[in-house]
Design a protein around this ligand. Structure first.
Ligand code: GLN
Length: 490
């Protein structure tokens, strides 16, 4: 069961080969075996497991006469920065250790209307700041391909849940790569939609001009299905767009004949691991052999993407995180005066990386520095977006590696923030430009570590990148997710 796609599981339930309750028990058993058991691998994909809620939900679906929708009975895991009413949402932070969500995120509502069964909340870097889950206050998740390595981040737990066959689907959030990078490092598919495609209502804000929610899956078709369910305008999120949502599953024709694919080869000249590069070059050749035309494109300003991202993201974070003051949300450390209560609460509630970013962001926004840092970063952001506009005049999609390196070991980068930030070199520009991206597995290193590549698309054109990724997936023997895991999951 752990190796079945979401679409196949739903079909099995509709055919009465299995009940939603059995499928739910299967997911919970897999979590028990792989995630919790100290004798087992203890992957720690889950921050919390909502077993009772999931069982009740599955039983209710089994009593229904007509199927709820396209995800009827499909188990799903949500990153622990997405609110599920009545359950704790920590965002990986001590600050929210006991915070009970007062309402459902819009994506939760949509998933449940479609029949999905939420089984738990997944491990993530604190407030989604990080690339490894090592910034979680509650311990990192482990990579199923090699448990001594990180699964990437910040949505690492969601990637692990899917890669290890605990749930066929998961949701994460991507502010600078947090869906695509862990998808690549664990060998699954991950989609960052166009900014505004999916409602952010009920997503704990990190950097509001960059954040998007998106799916993880073992196949592109499942990712398309999940995106179809969660996409669409929402009156609760003024930045969500009313743009019609196409039927993404219908866009997967299997053909890329005549599709023009741009490769920014100048960006790939240095800093890319040799095995990642080799897998990428082979995958590009495969796309050409499938009938796509490969064209060189220039994204000259993307080499500034890391500093621009880390100025804008920290500035927005410093503002968004001001609300955690001990008064309205989460932790409160009492003190004799209001000012010292703020101070103690924030000192105890936030971890080192979050504090670093609040300080960087506050600095970049402060009088006298605003023009030199924040304003300048916004200007370069515009140039980055214009590079994409120009490139998309000549190509339908842009293809590049998702991460410059395969999964790294615990401790390898966490003490050197700059090294950690460099893991995002290929992912942040899509967020800065607001465009969609999908990471799809494209091979493994000699040591068996997954390698991913990403197709980036024109704004609102998720259909083209899903079609390209699906055509690539169908063309080859690349093992994904559970199939490639070191654990037997069948
Ligand atoms: N790794 C990036 C960061 O630390 C991206 C995080 C994200 O996308 N949430 O900011």
């Amino acid at each position: 069961m752990a190796t079945l796609s979401a679409a196949a599981l739903r079909q099995a339930i509709l055919n009465k080969e299995r009940t939603a309750a059995e499928v739910c028990e299967g997911a919970l058993a897999q979590i028990e075996a792989l995630d919790r058991d100290p004798q087992g691998p203890a992957l720690h994909a889950f921050q919390s497991v909502l077993a009772d809620r999931a069982r009740a939900r599955a039983a209710a679906l089994d009593r229904q006469r007509t199927p709820a929708g396209p995800l009827h009975g499909v188990p799903i895991a949500l990153k622990d920065n997405i609110l599920v009413r009545g359950s704790v949402t920590t965002a990986g932070s001590r600050m929210l250790e006991d915070f009970v969500s007062p309402y459902d995120a819009t994506v939760v509502q949509k998933l449940e209307e479609a029949g999905a069964v939420i089984v738990g909340k997944t491990t993530c870097d604190e407030f989604a700041m990080g690339s490894s889950t090592e910034n979680s206050a509650f311990g990192p998740a482990r990579n199923p391909a090699d448990p001594s390595r990180t699964p990437g981040g910040s949505s690492g737990g969601s990637a692990v849940a899917v890669a290890a066959g605990m749930t066929p689907l998961a949701l994460g959030s991507d502010t600078g790569g947090s869906i695509r990078q862990p998808a690549a490092l664990t060998g699954v598919v991950g989609v960052k939609p166009t900014y505004g495609r999916v409602s952010r209502y009920g997503l704990i804000a990190f950097a509001s001009s960059l954040d998007q929610i998106g799916p993880f899956a073992t196949t592109v078709a499942d990712a398309a299905l999940a995106l179809e369910v969660i996409a669409g305008g929402d009156t609760h999120d003024a930045t969500s767009a009313q743009t019609p949502v196409p039927r993404y599953t219908a866009a997967l024709t299997g053909s890329v004949r005549g599709t023009r694919i741009g490769v920014p080869s100048a960006l790939l000249e240095d800093g890319v691991d040799a095995e990642v590069k080799a897998a990428f070059v082979a995958a590009t050749a495969r796309m050409a052999s499938l009938g796509a035309t490969i064209v060189d494109v220039d994204l000259p300003h993307s080499r500034h993407a890391i500093p621009v991202y880390y100025l804008i993201a920290t500035a927005e974070a410093s503002s968004n995180l001001a609300r955690y003051d001990g008064v309205r949300y989460g932790l409160r450390v009492s003190a004799p005066t209001l000012a010292s209560m703020y101070e103690r609460t924030r000192a105890r509630g936030f971890g080192a990386e979050v504090k670093r970013r609040i300080m960087l962001g506050t600095y970049a926004l402060s009088a006298g520095y605003y023009d030199a840092y924040y304003l300048k970063a916004q200007q370069v952001r515009t140039l980055i977006r214009r590079d994409f506009d120009a490139a998309f005049g000549a190509v339908d999609t842009i293809l590049m590696p998702t991460s410059p390196v395969p999964a790294f070991k615990f401790g390898e980068r966490v003490d050197d923030p700059l090294q950690m930030y460099l893991a995002d070199v290929f992912t942040v520009s899509a967020n800065l430009a607001g465009i969609p991206g999908i990471s799809v597995p494209c091979g493994r290193t000699a040591a068996g570590l997954p390698v991913g590549m990403q197709f980036l698309g024109k704004p609102w054109d998720e259909a083209t990148i899903l079609r390209c990724a699906d055509a690539y997936e169908r063309s080859g023997t690349v093992t994904t997710g559970a199939g490639g895991s070191v654990y037997s999951t069948s």
